[in-house]
Design a protein around this ligand. Structure first.
Ligand SMILES: Nc1ncnc2c1ncn2[C@@H]1O[C@H](COP(=O)(O)OP(=O)(O)OP(=O)(O)O)[C@@H](O)[C@H]1O
Length: 247
């Protein structure tokens, strides 16, 4: 029989990184999704698929606190979404890494300066710590030789790797990637996918919205389909004609 201390420890180890229960997702007064059920555990890698405007980005925006949870309940990295206050949002974001289709790098400064800017904005002060952390994340994405390049001196795939490095700076539990391969050619897209999958294997939870069904078929993972205002997991694997299935 475990004593109470053991029970508490066991419960903490078994805590999901994020969950939604009967969640409603809305853009202003527009209900986009309802009845959303989702549980994200450490190391999970999920695809979000569905037509343009089906609500994938809106779900990600709800998880980051950018839009309020419109109904139901949810939690991300220990923050209750239904009770989230504006002052908590910056702290929630420190537990999240966010990656976009268009990289969103600052084009007027080097890779290293992009990363040091993001670190300092989240409270890192000591120069040595900043330098060490930048080296670590560039190593994780395979870009240690590019620290002093300007973004426009990098390929699209390299720029996305810098964006992923930036997302990793504060060692987030959950990475949210919204169409991360949308601007990349097929071969570069595969490289980004392999990088994201390797991060999940090391324990990061990753949610990736994508229209890239070639990638989904080539690198199968749990897949959630957004359709008609609802989210359902595609059970029994990915249909061979996934692209048609989703149109
Ligand atoms: N800022 C906003 N204000 C009002 N409505 C919005 C806003 N952003 C999105 N919407 C609407 O919410 C719905 C869901 O959009 P969302 O961007 O979440 O879909 P998506 O599945 O991510 O689409 P895509 O595949 O194009 O990225 C759409 O009807 C869209 O028009």
């Amino acid at each position: 029989m475990m004593d109470n201390g053991d029970l508490i420890l066991e419960n903490q180890a078994a805590r999901p990184v994020a969950w939604l229960r009967d969640a409603q997702i809305a853009q202003r007064d527009n209900l986009v999704l309802q009845g959303v059920e989702l549980v994200v555990w450490p190391g999970d890698f999920f695809y979000l698929v569905g037509r343009v405007g089906s609500g994938k980005t809106s779900l990600i925006e709800t998880l980051t606190g950018q839009i309020p949870l419109a109904g139901g309940e949810g939690e991300v990295c220990g923050y209750s979404l239904q009770n989230l206050t504006p002052s908590q949002i910056p702290y929630l974001r420190r537990h999240l890494g966010i990656v976009f289709q268009d990289f969103k790098l600052l084009t007027d400064r080097t890779v290293e300066k992009n990363l040091s800017f993001a670190l300092r904005a989240t409270g890192w002060k000591r120069k040595l710590d900043v330098e060490r952390r930048i080296h670590e994340v560039l190593e994780q994405v395979g870009l240690t030789t590019k620290a002093y390049k300007m973004p426009n001196q990098l390929s699209g795939g390299e720029q996305q790797r810098v964006a992923i490095a930036r997302a990793l700076l504060n060692d987030p539990a959950l990475l949210l990637a919204d169409e991360p391969t949308g601007n990349l050619d097929p071969e570069t897209s595969e490289g980004i996918l392999l990088l994201l999958r390797s991060l999940a294997e090391k324990g990061k939870s990753i949610i990736m919205a994508t229209h890239n069904y070639t990638i989904v078929n080539r690198f199968p993972a749990r897949t959630f389909r957004f359709h008609a205002g609802e989210v359902h997991e595609l059970e029994g694997g990915i249909p061979a004609d996934l692209a048609n299935f989703l149109v």
